[in-house]
Design a protein around this ligand. Structure first.
Ligand SMILES: [Zn+2]
Length: 340
């Protein structure tokens, strides 16, 4: 398949990144720096996973993922992680981002929420000092395997950092985890003024998305490819402009759609019929693809035109948890860029 649009043009187009995990952006270089600082070594599981050309097996991925993130220990480590992501994101057109952090996995090993949030502030300041102008907000990503009580406690703590934390999300490695387990947690999040979103990773589970929207009142869906299985729900999501974050390289890396994305998921069709879908990087370092790379990937797979790329940039800002005024400002940037 031939690409018709310059990748340079796609990379630099102004966009928002809404589905990226801080723990998924840890590069080998950063881990080497952190390992040296803490007088230890880069986890073997990480080196083995990243050194392999094979598709990721979930258990091997999570083993590497958890070991690698345990090198994030103090404020400066978190700051360096955010800074390192923002530096790459800015080279790929990101103007605004919402970074998910698995807070519970850090607090359970003794790192306080305060340390993490101070690190986020510092990381942003370091980026600004280097001329990187990306507004970065945090999504507290609840861990699906943990209990409802643990989730409620985390949300209560998060309420102390409303200036930085914009939303409560949820991710899980458990296939088929019923979202209703966290109904109370999401409703409480909304009462506290947070936006809400959750991962729906498993195929063929549109009923779970329906519960997420109807019972948990979720405002954004991460992945959620099974939306295509339920035409009534799809129509409802288009009508209500419910945002979906699509992470193509992640789907390939984890083999969720058995390699052939063009047959496995009708992305271009969904974009054209008005689903508010955006392109994101998920675990960028592990996927070896940041947001601009993911844009270039969908452009190639789905033979997108310039108008589609513009729509994706617009969708990213429309899907962001920001004010209408901020949306208008960013949409103006997109318009100017594509008028060139
Ligand atoms: Zn994710």
């Amino acid at each position: 398949m031939q690409s018709s649009i310059e990748h340079h043009f796609i990379h630099l187009a102004p966009k928002a990144e809404l589905h990226v995990h801080l723990e998924g952006t840890l590069t080998l270089h950063l881990l080497q720096v952190l390992a040296k600082k803490h007088s230890t070594v880069v986890p073997k599981a990480y080196e083995e996973l990243m050194g392999s050309e094979e598709k990721f097996e979930l258990d091997k991925f999570f083993a590497a993922y958890y070991e690698a993130q345990s090198l994030l220990r103090d404020e400066l480590d978190f700051a360096e992680a955010l800074y390192s992501y923002l530096k790459i994101a800015s080279s790929q057109g990101v103007r605004y981002c919402e970074v998910s952090i698995d807070i519970q996995n850090h607090t359970s090993r003794g790192v306080s929420l305060d340390t993490i949030m101070q690190g986020m502030k510092l990381g942003q300041q370091m980026a600004q000092k280097d001329g990187i102008e990306i507004e970065a907000m945090v999504i507290v990503c609840l861990v699906g395997e943990k209990t409802e009580e643990e989730a409620l406690k985390t949300i209560e703590e998060a309420a102390k950092f409303r200036d930085l934390i914009v939303a409560i999300g949820l991710a899980t490695s458990e296939v088929g985890l019923p979202i209703k387990k966290f109904e109370r947690a999401f409703l409480m999040s909304k009462e506290l003024g947070f936006k809400t979103c959750a991962h729906f990773w498993d195929n063929g589970a549109s009923a779970n998305i329906k519960d997420g929207l109807h019972c948990c009142k979720l405002e954004r869906i991460d992945h959620g490819m099974s939306i295509f299985d339920d035409s009534k729900l799809l129509g409802e999501c288009i009508g209500n402009q419910i945002p979906f974050t699509f992470c193509p390289q992640s789907l390939i890396t984890f083999d969720q759609v058995k390699l052939d994305l063009s047959k496995g998921f009708p992305f271009r069709y969904l974009l054209e019929i008005g689903l508010l879908i955006s392109v994101n990087s998920d675990d960028a370092a592990y996927n070896r693809a940041y947001i601009g790379d993911n844009f270039a990937l969908v452009e190639k797979i789905y033979m997108l035109e310039k108008s589609h790329i513009k729509k994706l940039c617009e969708n990213s800002f429309k899907s962001a948890f920001i004010s209408e005024k901020a949306k208008k400002k960013y949409l103006g940037l997109v318009n100017d860029y594509f008028a060139q």
